[in-house]
Unconditional design. Sequence first.
Length: 248
Amino acid sequence: MPELFGQSSQGLAIIVFAAGLSGVVRGFSGFGTALIFLPLATPHLGPFGALIGLTIMDVFGPLPNLRRAWASVNQADLWRLVVSCAALLPVGLWVLTQVNPDVFRYAVSGLALAMLAILILGLRYHGHVGRMMVSAIGAAAGFLGGVAGLPGPAVILFYMSRPLPVEVIRATILLFLLAFDFLLLGFLTAMGQVTYATAGLGLALAIPNLLGNWLGGWLFRPERERLYRNAAYVAIAFAALSGLPLWG
């Protein structure tokens, strides 16, 4: 059987499924792309291949909302998050180069399951979040994004406690995560990890991911929000458990 993007037909099918499923979940819940894609794709692409595929695929999702987000964003917070993230992201990536790929898989699945437990329990940080803490949140997101490809948990747990309007918080997080994608892609390119095959695969995966986003948005009904949230939790749990090295 001929290979495409260096993947067997079975491996490619799983990767495309992961891109589509993560898009559907994000479409009806607003989160979950990395939490679903990375555990399912890493066994086939390796840590850096999965990060590159996710980053390129994920760049296209927020594009239609950029103008509205820029009008609402807290620019001072955005700069603090991005600058501190850029300082710690290469440290996380360096750590990733020093560990066995199975460690990355355990870290991704473990963080995904921990994030899932936090979401289900409704835990949030209720303390004061000042300017210095915003910078610390960006640094933590940069390190976790480098070592496990998951910058979101630190931001969701702490930055969302800011006493700001919901639309400002959503816009700031959206633009921060988009900036993170470009930072990550830049560092990975500088490290020589980006190849034509991984970049091409990331562009190809943008198609099922965007279709999944559209389908998830079309399926969503506000009156059934709890149902969709529970479906997202099940999908994240399935992906995280499937990605554990225990199964080979």
